[in-house]
Design a protein around this ligand. Structure first.
Ligand code: PLP
Length: 452
């Protein structure tokens, strides 16, 4: 910090403050974690200065021998860790990983047949007329994904994201009564919509997904099955999600982030079955420019960490702790979407506390508990205010929390939510954003969290 502070003290101060804040609050954001010092240090070095467009052994810049080493290691560790035939570790983030996957499917299933038909090897060899036809065909494809309010992700074909502009999108949701995925309804939707890409994966669904069944549905309608395991990659790596619940043997292509439950550096990666490997390998220049060699190096370190036996213990603890948190909340009268969890997250419906998700998120933050508001299925408060709060166990599990600490955390959460009262609006209504907390509750809760 002294080195940084000599250049821009305010940045050094913000970094120091971030460490304090992350230490002094309870981090329950389901997509966050604490990466190890080895991972963090691998990101802060001179690899950051290197340009390495291309792929291993086939670069557009000289002097990439050391980048080749770390990229190869990261890919090898990823293949071994997930039992995947092919891994691509260049994507800078989850959204990049998804874009690489989507373009790979388009390249394999739309572009390649068009090239073959035109007797060409490369798009640059097409006539202008053939190129215009291909561009129209690329823009005329469909994607089926999980709806946002059931827990799906924006990058799975939704309008505010580029994926929604690339594809005509349709969604499958959850059963209104059970809030669980209804595979018969997914099948019916897929038969009707006939997507090129069928997506599975989520950011806020608190249950396991049966990927074997989803693959059967994709096969039935001729769709390519892509799973975005960004959230639960750590549970796959740690062998908590196996068999039908492990996406890797069932999906044609798997995308992920490396920084959530997997506990690596911020970044993305793609795993693929052999028939999509060449197309994914062209992620640069299709979607990406120069990779981030320092982050690929940190991915290699994180994947190596995840291959150690202790990682399976961490992953199992993440899932066990989610159960403890869920039981702690339910036993104190809180309603959980789907009634519980069998992964790393819990979706708490705060309606019964008389709050919106936004009020609950802010009240908890006042008390030193960091969460994020989240829509629940058919949310009456929409995506901005919401009626839910998403809670995840990876970060606090990394800090060493077990069942007792998560039960106490559940107690503190319920106490804060009970002690928050929405304020009245000027027109006599009830505010969706403002609230008051019982006197002293925030300080008392902060003191209690410090003891955990
Ligand atoms: N996919 C899923 C399922 C996610 O939850 C997220 C992030 O929240 C992403 C993709 C995007 O990841 P990134 O923020 O690294 O682009």
């Amino acid at each position: 910090l002294a080195v940084i502070g000599a250049v821009e003290p305010r940045v050094a101060a913000a970094i120091g403050q971030e460490l304090t804040d992350q230490r002094e609050s309870l981090k329950l954001i389901a997509s966050e974690n604490y990466a190890s010092p080895a991972v963090l240090l691998t990101m802060g070095n001179w690899f950051s200065d290197k340009y390495a467009e291309g792929t291993v052994g086939h670069r557009f810049y000289a002097g990439c021998q050391n980048v080749d080493t770390v990229e190869s290691l990261a890919a090898e560790h990823a293949r071994e860790l997930f039992g995947a035939p092919y891994a691509y570790v260049q994507p800078h983030s989850g959204i990049d990983a998804n874009l690489v996957a989507f373009w790979a499917v388009l390249a394999q299933r739309v572009e390649l047949p068009a090239l073959e038909k035109a007797g060409a090897k490369h798009v640059n060899d097409l006539t202008d007329a053939d190129w215009a036809t291909l561009r129209r065909a690329l823009g005329d494809q469909r994607m089926l994904g999980m709806s946002l309010d059931a827990g799906g992700h924006l990058t799975h074909g939704f309008r505010p994201n580029i994926s929604g502009k690339m594809f005509e999108q349709s969604s499958y949701g959850t059963d209104p009564a059970t809030e669980l995925l209804d595979y018969d309804a997914v099948r019916a939707r897929a038969r009707e919509f006939k997507p090129l890409i069928m997506m599975a994966g989520y950011s806020a669904y608190p249950r396991r997904v049966n990927f074997a069944t989803m693959r059967e549905i994709a096969d039935e309608v001729g769709a390519t099955f892509v799973v975005d395991m960004a959230h639960f990659a750590g549970l796959v790596a740690g062998k908590v999600l196996t068999g039908d619940f492990d996406p890797v043997p069932h999906a044609h292509v798997v995308t992920s982030t490396s920084h959530k439950s997997l506990r690596g550096p911020r970044g993305g990666f793609v795993l693929a079955q052999p028939e999509f490997a060449d197309a994914v390998d062209r992620g640069c220049p299709m979607v990406l420019g120069g990779p981030l060699p320092h982050v690929m190096a940190a991915k290699a370190v994180a994947f190596a960490e995840a291959r150690q036996p202790s990682f399976a213990g961490y992953a199992q603890a993440v899932a066990d702790n989610a159960q403890s948190l869920a039981e702690g909340l339910s036993s104190r009268g809180a309603r959980l979407v789907t009634g519980g969890t069998d992964n790393h997250l819990v979706l708490l419906d705060v309606t019964a506390f008389g709050l919106t998700g936004r009020q609950a998120e802010s009240a908890l933050l006042d008390a030193g508990i960091v969460t994020n508001r989240n829509a629940i299925p058919s949310d009456p408060n929409g995506a901005w205010y919401t009626s839910g709060v998403r809670l995840g166990t990876p970060a606090l599990t990394t800090r060493g929390f077990g069942a007792a600490e998560f039960d106490r955390t559940a107690e503190l959460i319920v106490d804060v939510l009970k002690g928050a009262t929405p304020t009245a609006t000027r027109d006599g209504g009830v505010s969706k954003a403002k609230y008051v907390l019982t006197d002293g509750l925030a300080d008392r809760t902060r003191a209690a969290t410090a003891e955990l």
